[in-house]
Design a protein around this ligand. Structure first.
Ligand SMILES: [Zn+2]
Length: 371
């Protein structure tokens, strides 16, 4: 479960994931419903949660569409009850003047969707009955789903106009800050303002409990967003030569699988480059060696290795290499310098070295602050 979210489906080339906070929302709604209505209350509670999910999903689809139009491909979106966190290509944050305009346009697309949905629902309800249908108390309740849909979208619209990062208003605020200060610092400040809003919402929870819930969701979303930005700034600043393994085991295509397994036993590596003469000809994982031995008995590495691999140069950023690894489902990337293999980076040791790298950066920053 990455980012405390589960994969829900792929839509228009974007991976949509649902954040665990939707379960909190469901629990919150059900606690208010079941006492009165039994199993029917549970069903209506689930439907109400789904209405929130659908509204947030369409809101995010608006953003994804606008992003694509501005040449930014959204890879994945994590849906929270107050909005979504989109993961885009980190190369996006370049020219601040262009970014501000683009960020504002992309940000506007989400709330506009909610405005459209609310307007449609209002028209529908008003043609069916008197204007009072929009004012049934409580405004959002499992008892009247149509009116609730109107108010859910109105709330999403209103909330996203606040500069409560990572709301859409907060994003525009960050982009505005980023015209003058570094993107990461701008994010920090926007997150701080987001935290202030989260605290205010939680305080307002004394008056209406659901506001407290909004505060908690907002706080979690701000944390998530800050982590993403930090992660991205680190992966773009780090080069392959900073983290590659320079001492590693290699295999030859002429090795038998049993020999290869023997070597694998004496190495910490899970993935091996296969070298013929001085040429890199393939890669093979420990698991493939074991699987092949089990299913077909002994054979040669030549026949079992994968010839579909990507290479990286010494100075390539970790972010770029990471995208190559994940987009093709690879677990090893050889690093070459003038066609010579100089190192390897594997997913297995990447997680480990990222942690070390983050620590060393933190230490350096602390030392700089003390100077
Ligand atoms: Zn939004």
């Amino acid at each position: 479960m990455r980012n405390w979210s589960v994969f829900a489906g792929r839509f228009a080339g974007v991976d949509f994931r649902i954040h665990v906070t939707f379960l909190f929302l469901l629990a919150f709604i059900l606690l208010g419903e079941t006492g009165r209505d039994g199993p029917r209350g549970v069903i209506r509670g689930c439907l109400l949660t789904i209405l929130v999910l659908v509204s947030v999903f369409l809101h995010e689809l608006g953003h994804s569409w606008a992003s694509a139009r501005h040449g930014l491909r959204v890879k994945a979106v994590v849906l929270l009850p107050i909005g979504g966190i989109a993961l885009v290509d980190p190369h996006a944050q370049t020219d601040s003047a262009v970014t501000f305009r683009r960020e504002a346009l992309i940000a506007a697309a989400g709330p506009l969707v909610n405005l459209g949905l609310a307007a449609m629902m209002a028209t529908f309800l008003l043609t069916l009955g008197p204007p009072s249908r929009l004012w049934v108390m409580p405004l959002v309740s499992a008892d009247h789903l149509g009116t609730s849909f109107f108010w859910i979208n109105t709330c999403l619209l209103g909330f996203n106009l606040l500069p409560a990062f990572p709301s859409d208003g907060g994003r525009v605020f960050r982009a505005w800050l980023a015209r003058r200060i570094e993107f990461r610092k701008a994010t920090r400040r926007a997150v701080s303002l987001g935290h202030v809003f989260a605290a205010l919402f939680m305080l307002a929870g004394v008056w209406a409990q659901w506001l407290m819930l909004v505060g908690v969701f907002l706080f979690m979303a701000a944390q998530m967003e800050e982590r993403t930005v930090l992660f991205q700034s680190v992966v773009e600043a780090v080069h392959m030569e900073d983290i590659m393994l320079t001492e590693f085991s290699i295999l030859s295509p002429a090795d038998t699988l049993e020999d290869a397994l023997n070597k694998a036993v004496h190495s910490l590596q899970d993935d091996f480059p296969v070298i013929s003469g001085s040429d890199l000809v393939g890669v093979i994982t420990r698991q493939t060696i074991v699987d092949r031995l089990r299913s077909e008995g002994n054979g040669y590495v030549q026949g079992a290795m994968s010839k579909a691999f990507e290479i990286a140069s010494r100075t390539e950023s970790l972010g770029s290499a990471f995208r190559k690894l994940t987009s093709r489902g690879l677990s090893l990337i050889p690093v070459v310098d003038e066609e010579r293999l100089v190192g390897i980076v594997t997913l297995q040791h990447l997680m480990h070295s990222m942690g070390l790298l983050a620590e060393s950066r933190k230490l350096r920053r602390r030392m700089e602050e003390h100077v």
